[in-house]
Design a protein around this ligand. Sequence first.
Ligand SMILES: *Cc1c(COP(=O)(O)O)cnc(C)c1O
Length: 397
Amino acid sequence: MTDFSNTRQQFHLPEGLVYLDGNSLGPMPKSALAVARRVIADEWGEMLIGGWNKADWMSLPMRLGDRIGRLIGAPAGSVTTGDTLSIKVYQALASALELNPGRKTVFSDNGNFPTDLYMAEGLLKSLGEDFKLKVVDPEAVADHIDDSIAVVMLTEVDYRTGRMHDMAAITRKAHEAGAIMIWDLAHSAGAVPVDLSAANADFAVGCTYKYLNGGPGAPAFIYVRPDLADRVRPALSGWLGHEAPFAFDLDYRPGAGVERMRVGTPPIIQMAILEAALEVWEGVDMADIRIRSIELSQRFIELVEAGTDKAVLVSPRDPQPRGSQVSFRFAEGYAAIQALIARNVVGDFRAPNIMRFGFCPLYNSLEEVEQAAGILCEIVETGAWNRPEFRKRQAVT
Ligand SMILES: *Cc1c(COP(=O)(O)O)cnc(C)c1O
């Protein structure tokens, strides 16, 4: 059984703060400071260029990939890290389209995070007029997968509602229709058990600053199924995805397997911090995470619904098709979240009217959830949100 009091100990959380926004930016692992200091002072400071060899900076993207792979059911050597998730979406989609020549439609849903759709639009535009992005309601996805589709590109857990797709069933359906399947695990990795191998997914991508706590701007990850990886042509053919970067050949030859999805120089300081954050997952069982996450989110729903009928649940009530987050609709959701933050409970707001709360068993307790629900109900019921300072919009919501 995972020792959650031990994992909680490993995070720095400001005194008295209830943090239910780890689905947006995970908190700082205490070890991050010492690791950053070590990398900056002892490695960069003392070793300078020698750090690439002496401190083994060059293998960091793949080492991190292996650690992440253990959390998402991906075998060693099938995941690499770098760049941002938007870039990894582009890479996966470009390669997937090439694996399915003759078909020109990318299929997704309108619950997807906008950047995934934007990246697809941008790529399809540069491929030509006949390439199309088809988007339907999340509930209609399974019924619209047919043999006109080249690539199915979905985010498993909806960032707004927490609704979760059935990864295995949809992947099977995509394959039966002859399509390539890409999963975005932004709200899945570290949040819910994922088994990419069992689902037989072709590609997966995700970020590490949400449930994996790698820090703001931490690098993204990409998985390519091992039997496909050597056939995949990387669209962003950077020198660090080359078979022999230091041969400095003028021609591009892709590296072995998923290494070809590396692009340029990795951000070593950020990656070292991510490595420290992934260390927290040693000894953590994703099955325990799931049980606890459901316990926390069910309790939250129960208490909020008992305390107010002004906020309406928009997440699935059934925990099975729900990720590790819960959202309520409230017309003045933005102001309510600001009022909540002023009371030391952090959730976030997603336009147009969604109040969103993430539950992270690594550091969130049942008492915190109960406290947060109580304060939320009080704010919504009494109209405490209705103050000019809470209604004033900030750049990041
Ligand atoms: C958070 C998130 C992103 C963010 O992309 P970045 O390039 O890291 O800014 C992309 N896609 C999904 C589904 C997300 O949830």
